[in-house]
Design a binder for this molecule. Structure first.
Ligand code: ADP
Ligand code: MG
Length: 449
C-alpha cells in the first residue's frame, strides 16, 4: 500500500529532478515503510542518505503529505553503518527536528568503550588524562590531540570514551568519529558523485572531529590533501580534533611533512605497552563484568595473575583469553582453575611465549650494575661482577627457554653446573637480600615490558 505511494512519489521526483540526478540519489534508495510520522528508507551509504536528506528532504516530505501521509521526518538506515547503539541509560530524547533527520556519517560507537570501563595505569595515565580533559570540552587547549601507540593498547577505546562523554555534556554538539579509512571512502565517494561541496560542508560543520588510525591515509595523496584542508579549517574555527595512529607523527612514512608538523602543534601523547599491574587491573575489571553475568562461575585467584604475567602482548589478546575461559566455564559449569587455563589457552600461551634473548638479559643486567657485557663473560670472580653474572644467568633460566648448558656456553663457555648454582643462589638471595630481590624484580619487569 505505502509502496504504491512511494512509487508515485518516485515518479514525481524523477520528473522534478531529471534523469541523472534521480539516478544518482533517489534510485539507490529502498523505501521501507512510513509508520508514525517517519518515512524510512535504506540507503547504500549514509553519505547518500545525508545528501538526500539535505537536498531533497523537504520535497519528499511535501510529496508524502500530498499523498495524505503526514510524515514529518525521513530516516535512513544504511547497510554499511549500523544504527548507532544507544549509550548506557539511553540517550536523552532527540530534539524534534524540523523536517529531516540528519545523521553524521561516522562510525558507530561501541557502548562498552567508556571512561568507566577504561583501566588507568602508569603506561596510559597521560593519554587518559589528556582524553579526559578534551572530553570535558571548554576552551580548546590542545589541538589536535594526537594519541598513538601499538595495537590493542586502547586508542580506539579512549576515542569512543571521549565521544560518549562529550555528547553527554554537550547535547547539541556534533561529534564525528570515523576511521581514516572511512574518511577516505567518503572522500572518494564525494569525488565520484561530484559532491566535494557537500563533503567539505559536512566535515567542516562538526564540533569535534575524530579520525582513528590516521596512518592509513599515508601515501594516499589526494585524501591527505583533503584531510589537511579539513584539519586547517576546523582548527581555524577553534574546533577540537582528535587523531590516533599506531606510531608517532614523525614516524609515519608517506605522511606529508606539512601534516606532520601540523600534528605537532597540538599535544602528542603515547600509550605505552602495558605493564603487569595494568594488565592485572584490566583483567580484574573484565573478570568482574563476566562474573556478574555468570552467577554459577567462579575464578581461582591465581589465574588472573598468571594471565597478566604470561600474556604481555596487546589487551585484545588478554580479553580474548578471558572471554574464552568464561565461555568454557559456563558450558561445563566449573570454576576457572589453572588446569582449565592450560587446557583452554594452550595456543594463546604458546603464541605469547616470551621472546627475550640471553643477550638482551646480559645487556640489561650489565647496564643496571654499571658493568660492560664483557665483564659478564669474563672469568673474573670478584663479587661485584660475579653477583650480577649470577643474576643474569638466573633471569636467562627464568625468561628464556634455553637449556642450562646452552646458557652456560653463552656466559663465556661456563659449565651447566655453574648455571645451576647461580640459579639456586639467586633464588635464595631473593628471600634474604632485599636489594637483590628488588634488582631482580626491576630487571624482570624491564625485560618483559
Ligand atoms: P587500539 O585501538 O589501540 O588498537 P583498542 O582501543 O581497540 O586498541 O583496545 C583493544 C581492546 O582492549 C578493547 O576491547 C579495549 O576495551 C581493551 N582495552 C585496552 N586498554 C584498556 C584499558 N586500559 N582498560 C580497559 N580495556 C582496555
Ligand atoms: Mg583502534
Amino acid at each position: 500500500m505505502t509502496q504504491d505511494i512511494w512509487g508515485r512519489i518516485r515518479s514525481e521526483l524523477q520528473n522534478a529532478l531529471g534523469k541523472d540526478e534521480f539516478k544518482s540519489w533517489i534510485d539507490p534508495l529502498d523505501f521501507i515503510n512510513a509508520d508514525g510520522r517517519v518515512a524510512r528508507f535504506s540507503a547504500p551509504t549514509s553519505f547518500i542518505g545525508n545528501w538526500v536528506s539535505r537536498n531533497y528532504g523537504d520535497m519528499i516530505l511535501d510529496l508524502f503529505r500530498s499523498e495524505d501521509l503526514p510524515v514529518d521526518r525521513i530516516a535512513f538506515k544504511t547497510a554499511s553503518a549500523p544504527v548507532k547503539p544507544e549509550p548506557e541509560g539511553g540517550k536523552p530524547k532527540a530534539k524534534p527536528v524540523k523536517s529531516v533527520e540528519f545523521e553524521l556519517p561516522g562510525s558507530p560507537l561501541d557502548t562498552r568503550f567508556t571512561f568507566d570501563s577504561f583501566v588507568v595505569g602508569k603506561p596510559n595515565e597521560l593519554a587518559h588524562a589528556a582524553a579526559r580533559r578534551v572530553a570535558e570540552g571548554g576552551p580548546v587547549t590542545f589541538n589536535p590531540l594526537f594519541l598513538y601507540g601499538g595495537v590493542g593498547l586502547g586508542k580506539t577505546h579512549l576515542m569512543h570514551a571521549i565521544a560518549w562523554e562529550y555528547q553527554q555534556t554537550h547535547k547539541d554538539s556534533r561529534v564525528l568519529y570515523l576511521s581514516a579509512e572511512q574518511f577516505m571512502y567518503r572522500f572518494v565517494q564525494a569525488l565520484r558523485f561530484k559532491d566535494m561541496h557537500g563533503f567539505k560542508e559536512l566535515f567542516r560543520s562538526v564540533d569535534v572531529l575524530m579520525v582513528d588510525d590516521v596512518q592509513f591515509i599515508a601515501g594516499k595523496d589526494s585524501t591527505q590533501d583533503e584531510f589537511f584542508h579539513t584539519f586547517n579549517a576546523l582548527v581555524d574555527q577553534g574546533k577540537q580534533i582528535i587523531i590516533s595512529a599506531d606510531r608517532a607523527p614523525g614516524e609515519i612514512e608517506g605522511l606529508e611533512e606539512r601534516i606532520k608538523s601540523r600534528l605537532h602543534w597540538g599535544l602528542v601523547v603515547d600509550l605505552h605497552p602495558t605493564d603487569y599491574e595494568l594488565r592485572l587491573g584490566i583483567l580484574q575489571s573484565k573478570a568482574e563484568a563476566h562474573l556478574k553475568t555468570m552467577p554459577g562461575v567462579d575464578i581461582d585467584a591465581g589465574v588472573l595473575e598468571f594471565l597478566a604475567h604470561r600474556i604481555s602482548s596487546n589487551v585484545r589478546v588478554l580479553e580474548g583469553a578471558l572471554t574464552r575461559l568464561f565461555a568454557f566455564a559456563s558450558l561445563v559449569g566449573r570454576e576457572i582453575t589453572m588446569d582449565m587455563v592450560q587446557e583452554c589457552l594452550a595456543d594463546i600461551l604458546r603464541a605469547s611465549e616470551r621472546k627475550v634473548t640471553v643477550e638482551e638479559i646480559m645487556r640489561k643486567v650489565a647496564d643496571h650494575y654499571h658493568l660492560r657485557m664483557s665483564d659478564l663473560l669474563s672469568p673474573r670472580r670478584a663479587r661485584n661482577v660475579a653477583r650480577p653474572r649470577q643474576v643474569a644467568m638466573y633471569l636467562s633460566k627464568q625468561l628464556t627457554s634455553k637449556s642450562l648448558p646452552d646458557i652456560g656456553r653463552r656466559f663465556g663457555g661456563r659449565d651447566h653446573t655453574t648455571v645451576i648454582h647461580a640459579v639456586r643462589k639467586v633464588e635464595e638471595l631473593t628471600h634474604t637480600d632485599h636489594q637483590i630481590a628488588e634488582d631482580v624484580e626491576l630487571l624482570r619487569r624491564m625485560l618483559e615490558a
